[in-house]
Design a protein around this ligand. Structure first.
Ligand code: VGL
Ligand code: ZN
Length: 208
């Protein structure tokens, strides 16, 4: 299943998404050993890092009268408002120390424009501003994208869908991801990914 044109994209394995972090994903730290185990199978690895300036538009604190997990209507559409998280240069924005993906060749930072969020590793939430990842993968001849990380129903979901849309094969390694699950978003994400042609696999499938 993993070949020379395969790449592992590990999404947002940062302290703010881990238990104790400001936007903790339930059981989020449980994926780290799984990611490390599958990571050994990949020669090509890309990491992503959610990387917001202070006062970012996705923060509820930037919208008077709103609270975390409310929704706001922004110029590019509906935006879930989050607790302040992954602020550039803070300890919460750092990648987990136990991540052992030392062979990673690229770190894509996203969400750094003050007025636009970016769940996806490929396109910002305006759906037009590219991060550069598609071009990088194409130039490297990498066509099969395996996704792991946090959160299944936000950044993993959007990244997987955009990967397919950009012409890549996308496979999500289910047990190497955890979701936030806001109002049924996790089941919806899996349904939507399947409909888009994203394959759902387990780490055990890769070890066979
Ligand atoms: C994420 C919410 C806000 C994610 C990032 O990594 O899934 N979720 N920013
Ligand atoms: Zn974010």
């Amino acid at each position: 299943m993993i070949g020379e044109h395969s790449v592992l994209v590990a999404i947002d394995l940062q302290y703010d998404f881990m238990p104790g972090g400001s936007l903790a994903v339930p059981d989020g730290d449980a994926v780290v050993p799984v990611v490390n185990r599958v990571g050994r199978l990949f020669a090509n690895v890309v990491l992503t890092q959610d990387w917001h300036p202070p006062g970012h538009i996705s923060f509820a604190s930037a919208h008077p009268g709103k609270k975390p997990f409310d929704t706001a209507q922004l110029s590019y559409g509906a935006q879930v408002l989050w607790p302040d998280h992954c602020v550039q240069g803070t300890s919460g924005a750092a990648l987990h120390d136990d991540l052992a993906l030392t062979q990673a060749q690229l770190v894509i930072r996203k969400g750094f424009h003050a007025g636009v969020d970016s769940y996806s590793a490929f396109y910002e939430a305006d759906r037009r501003t590219p991060t550069g990842l598609a071009g990088y993968l194409k130039q490297r001849g990498l066509t099969r994208v395996f996704l792991v990380g946090l959160a299944t129903d936000f950044c993993v979901y959007w990244s997987a869908k955009d990967a397919v849309e950009a012409g890549f094969e996308a496979l999500v390694i289910e047990d190497a991801c955890r979701g936030i699950d806001l109002g049924g978003s996790l089941a919806r994400a899996w349904r939507d990914m399947a409909a888009a042609g994203v394959r759902r696999v387990s780490s055990a499938d890769l070890m066979r």
